[in-house]
Design a protein around this ligand. Structure first.
Ligand SMILES: Nc1ncnc2c1ncn2[C@@H]1O[C@H](COP(=O)(O)OP(=O)(O)OP(=O)(O)O)[C@@H](O)[C@H]1O
Length: 469
């Protein structure tokens, strides 16, 4: 048996699964095994004695010429060196091609180079599997990035602690507003919420989303006043890796995060003019590009915008685009100031006390009659947020289970000997420093540096304290 093999080595070569070609020094085929025939479709008798390079190894995958003197198999015939090639294709008789991996080995007889042997295999399936794996990996990475961003966003949302608050009020103006919310929530129309600070614009936006068909989709908020002019663009539209100094990773913007859901653009009046035109484009065409990107992204978003400013006046002064104003003002909802619905104060106060009891672990039963009268006589420039702050301060100070005011309510400058709450004192100090810095927040001569705070911390403090700059 062994003898049979030794007498006819082609038996073994013909049985091998890899394709085998033998060449003489002129590059003519002297041996072609059946595996090579199967892979290429060329029969041995069509190739033997001919230069195989011309038949199926004469062009690259992209069709560009592959001169014989660059061919790695031919090179082996000239320099007698072994080669291992992994990035080429062989062409079949029918004109198609397949990815190959091959070795080209010199053949010596009595120390003299007489030709070369090429052993090759079809690696197209392996490459396809690798490609599919790479695709799957990229997809997993993409999903994980998205989850990370959504997670970061959700954590910051949870910190906002709005969850327990509902829309409370029985007054006519408030009830009319609730009817408007219910009606418009069933549509996809853009809504513009107008109202003074602390009247509940954000709460209105959240309830609008909750009542809409998008309720199960994300509600994404952007405070247009909380970012500097150059940060807001990437915050809204995201950025590509390397788009600007510090853009070490690709990042999705709020528009992408809000896809299929609702995007709440708070303090819309603070959006720089340049970005107003970009926003207009998204509202009109639902399309945008990430900063530093060329790929156009399409989104399906319901936009709710809010402002405490007189937008029309800004249009007249040239600081707000008229076309954007009309785009946003499709369905305006005006949230009444607290002084316009003083009859709601007892209900609101009861609601706030409930929340305080839960949060502070206390058992306040309500307010004294005198306190209710004092609350009704006040003009509430800070609206419901101010009412919340005052009740919280009293809840901390009070030793009884019925709350009353420890000092008179006043909307005058608090710098007149009255002890300020920590928040009020911080607000006053930050405003003084901002004035000193001519409103500049970042940079060496900015307020953040003077206050020894990171810029982002100062901005979120300003937002929390209701400081507008
Ligand atoms: N009708 C309401 N019933 C109970 N709580 C309310 C009501 N409206 C607003 N609040 C509470 O008042 C506070 C201020 O509301 P919100 O932040 O929505 O106001 P805003 O108008 O968006 O303020 P700003 O313009 O300063 O951003 C929140 O804590 C909110 O929960």
């Amino acid at each position: 048996m062994i003898k049979e093999f030794l007498n006819d080595p082609t038996l073994l070569l013909n049985a091998v699964g890899e394709g085998i070609y033998g060449f003489d020094l002129s590059g003519n085929a002297v041996f072609v095994n059946p595996a090579a025939e199967r892979m290429t479709g060329w029969h041995a008798d069509e190739l033997l004695g001919k230069k195989i390079h011309q038949y199926h190894h004469h062009t690259r995958k992209d069709g560009s010429p592959y001169p014989a003197d660059e061919c790695q198999i031919y090179c082996t015939m000239f320099d007698g060196k072994h080669r291992h090639v992994t990035d080429e294709v062989f062409w079949r008789k029918d004109g198609s091609h397949f990815a190959v991996e091959y070795t080209s080995t010199p053949v010596y007889k009595n120390g003299e180079l007489i030709g070369a042997v090429a052993i090759f295999r079809d690696v197209s399936k392996q490459q396809q599997t690798e490609l599919a794996l790479r695709d799957a990996l990229a997809q997993v990475q993409h999903l994980s990035e998205q989850l990370q961003e959504e997670n970061a966003y959700l954590i910051s949302e949870l910190n906002e602690d709005w969850q327990d608050s509902g829309l409370v009020g029985k007054s006519h103006s408030f009830q009319t507003m609730l009817e408007q919310i219910t009606l418009v929530s069933q549509t996809n129309s853009t809504v513009l919420i107008l109202g003074e600070n602390g009247t509940g614009k954000e709460l209105v936006a959240r309830n609008l989303h909750r009542l809409s068909t998008r309720a199960e989709q994300p509600f994404i908020k952007v405070n247009c006043a909380a970012f500097s002019a150059n940060l807001i663009e990437s915050e809204l539209f995201g950025h590509e890796k390397g788009a600007f100094t510090g853009a070490n990773e690709r990042r999705k913007g709020r528009f992408e995060l809000a896809d299929n859901g609702t995007l709440f653009l708070d303090e819309i009046a603070e959006l720089p003019l340049e970005l107003q035109s970009k926003l207009l484009r998204v509202l009109q065409e639902h399309e945008f590009e990430r900063v530093g990107g060329t790929h156009t992204l399409t989104v399906n978003i319901r936009v709710i915008a809010a402002t405490n400013r007189n937008l029309w006046q800004m249009v007249e002064q040239g600081s707000f685009r008229m076309d954007l104003y009309y785009r946003l003002n499709v369905f305006p909802i005006r949230v009444p100031a607290l002084r316009e619905r003083k009859e709601d104060i007892p209900l609101l106060a009861a609601n706030i006390i409930n929340q305080l009891n839960k949060r502070l672990g206390k058992h306040f039963k309500g307010l004294t009659k005198t306190t209710l009268a004092q609350l009704a006589n006040y003009e509430w420039p800070g609206n419901i947020r101010e009412l919340q702050n005052i009740l919280e301060r009293e809840a901390i100070l009070s030793k009884q289970n019925v709350l009353q005011l420890s000092s008179a309510l006043s909307d005058k400058d608090p710098a007149s000997g009255v002890v300020l709450s920590l928040d009020a004192a911080q607000k006053q100090h930050i405003c003084t420093v901002l004035k000193q810095c001519h409103g500049k927040i970042s940079g060496e001569d900015g307020a953040a540096t003077l206050l020894e705070l990171p810029e982002s911390t100062l901005r979120s403090k300003m937002k929390k304290l209701g400081i507008k700059y």
